[in-house]
Design a protein around this ligand. Structure first.
Ligand SMILES: [Zn+2]
Length: 282
């Protein structure tokens, strides 16, 4: 779709399955089960809608999906989509890895940054987008490469440090502009330094809330993932961002929703928000 001067496309970062309890936290299965049917291992299907924005000068990729580095055990555990979905999806749009000049991450969990690196034929870790500047929230970066034991399993620290040595990396503050028309907000919640990314052009806008609100089911204030490090912050910040999206008629990208890649949202007197104009892809 065209949004002002941006051509926007959702790009497949590789779908996967994850435990329903992880995806919906304290919400009982009797409530989420009918909305997100679980497989025999209690796993629900997660899409991985990354966002490609092109304006003739820049080719910006927001999040990079799971990547292709995983061994058979992890592939089975997460039922990772086979092949190289991210590059195949970009290729279908006529975009090669070398064409991407900006990569922006909502946060640094494996299903968002995994696609940013891969192994070459010698087994060395190399960047997928070698000529792109990579943008990460400063707080998120510091948490991910820091030595807090409670965060150690949440991030692939060595991969991140290798990425830092291979590509230009910029650390972003709250409200900072990545390019003209693309700004980030530190939302916290899912992770302390989690970012929402907002694109605006000619009075139109689109927001990529990342895992602050990963699916349309999570539009409810109290439906949050069990991974949310600061649950109360998600419950506070998510409705504020959705309210702004409703007021400004921004398009919202639901990065893990297997049915709806993007929609508008509206205020609702009882349910706080409802989804409208759902689209399976951009
Ligand atoms: Zn995620």
């Amino acid at each position: 779709m065209q949004l002002g001067h941006w051509q926007l496309d959702t790009v497949n970062g590789g779908q996967f399955r994850i435990d329903g309890g992880v995806m919906f936290g304290v919400v009982p299965k009797s409530l989420w089960g009918p909305i997100a049917p679980a497989d025999p291992h209690n796993r629900v299907l997660c899409a991985n809608h990354c966002l490609l924005a092109r304006d003739g000068r820049h080719r910006v990729l927001i999040d990079t999906g799971c990547g292709i580095k995983f061994g058979p055990l992890e592939r089975r555990y997460y039922d990772l989509e086979p092949g190289d979905p991210l590059l195949e999806s970009l290729m279908a749009l006529g975009v090669a890895a070398e064409d991407i000049d900006c990569v922006v991450f909502s946060h640094l969990h494996f299903d968002h940054i995994g696609g940013a690196t891969r192994r070459d034929q010698q087994g060395r870790l190399v960047p997928t987008f070698p000529t792109a500047r990579h943008f990460v929230g400063r707080i998120e970066w510091n948490d991910a490469v820091g030595d807090a034991l409670e965060l150690r399993t949440a991030y692939a620290r060595d991969d991140l440090l290798q990425l830092q040595h291979s590509v230009p990396l910029s650390l972003l503050e709250d409200g900072q502009e990545v390019l003209p028309g693309i700004t980030v907000r530190v939302t916290g919640g899912h992770t302390r330094g989690h970012l929402a990314i907002i694109l605006q052009s000619n009075g139109q806008g689109v927001v990529y809330p990342g895992d602050l609100c990963p699916t349309t089911a999570h539009i409810r204030r109290f439906w949050c993932t069990a991974y949310d490090v600061h649950l109360a912050e998600t419950r506070r910040r998510k409705p504020l961002l959705l309210g702004e999206a409703a007021d400004r008629q921004w398009l919202v990208i639901w990065n893990h929703d297997p049915r709806v890649a993007a929609s508008r949202v509206q205020h609702h007197p009882k349910r706080e928000f409802v989804v409208c104009e759902p689209q399976a892809r951009l």
